[in-house]
Design a protein around this ligand. Structure first.
Ligand code: MN
Length: 242
């Protein structure tokens, strides 16, 4: 009984190596898993479920194929927050809320993308509230695809520039936000991505010492979390450049 987690692949047509690595991951590493959780930012950008870049279609096909034998779950990240029911249906996955408690083979866990924990980044949290509002999304989705692509490109450039100016502390999760949400859900394990700082951290909670597992982003390596009845292991594998 194996459950896998990935996040922050940031797939896009400019990185065919990552697309290949992910399809290979789905067809081999994940072939025998019981469930695969996609914890957001699977794509570098997503402008609505009515548009799929041709280069990304094989990824959707491979996910749909895996959904024949495994249960797939998807949580939105800060890049692919517009991937909705249409996307989930296209890959045979269940679309999850942004914070969900799940039962792993070894224990309970809380899962999320992780951007909601970066509460020190006030500017980002303001932006997040805006783009997650129904009004903003309706307005954006009603625009023609060309215009949406342009806006997405602009937002991406802006976010990169702002990110470079922000300190490491500001762009990491806020420890109190972590403790608060873990105490609220009464879980000893939190799994998330987003920060691109793969690690396992101890967290002091009200009644115990818990753990926070941070998934890594896919770049020169791929990262995934593998959970079975014995526990969870964060795994890194080098990606072959071609
Ligand atoms: Mn993210």
């Amino acid at each position: 009984m194996t459950v896998l987690f990935v996040a922050d692949l940031h797939l896009c047509s400019q990185r065919p190596d990552l697309i290949r690595a992910f399809i290979d991951f789905l067809e081999n590493t994940a072939a025998d898993c019981e469930a695969l959780y996609l914890l957001g930012d699977i794509f570098e950008a997503w402008i609505g479920d009515d548009y799929v870049e041709a280069e990304l279609q094989p990824v959707l096909d491979a996910l749909l194929n895996l959904s024949q034998s495994a249960q797939l779950y998807f949580q939105q990240g800060n890049r692919d927050f517009l991937a909705g029911i249409g996307f989930a249906t296209a890959i045979g996955a269940q679309l999850l809320d942004e914070q969900v408690q799940i039962q792993l083979p070894s224990q309970q866990a809380l899962i999320m993308h992780g951007d909601q924990l970066c509460t020190d980044d006030l500017e980002y949290q303001k932006f997040r509230t805006m783009v997650r509002s129904e009004q903003w999304q309706q307005q954006f989705l009603s625009k023609p695809i060309d215009e949406r692509l342009q806006i997405a490109e602009y937002l991406r450039t802006q976010s990169k520039q702002q990110g470079q100016m922000k300190s490491t502390e500001i762009t990491d999760v806020n420890l109190q936000a972590v403790q608060q949400v873990m105490n609220k859900f009464e879980v000893e394990l939190l799994i998330h991505g987003h920060t691109h700082r793969p690690a396992t951290h101890k967290v002091t909670l009200e009644h115990c010492i818990g753990s926070r597992i941070v998934l890594g982003d896919w770049d020169s390596s791929l990262w995934y979390l593998r959970c079975d009845p014995l526990g969870c292991n964060l795994i890194e594998q080098k990606i072959n450049p071609e």
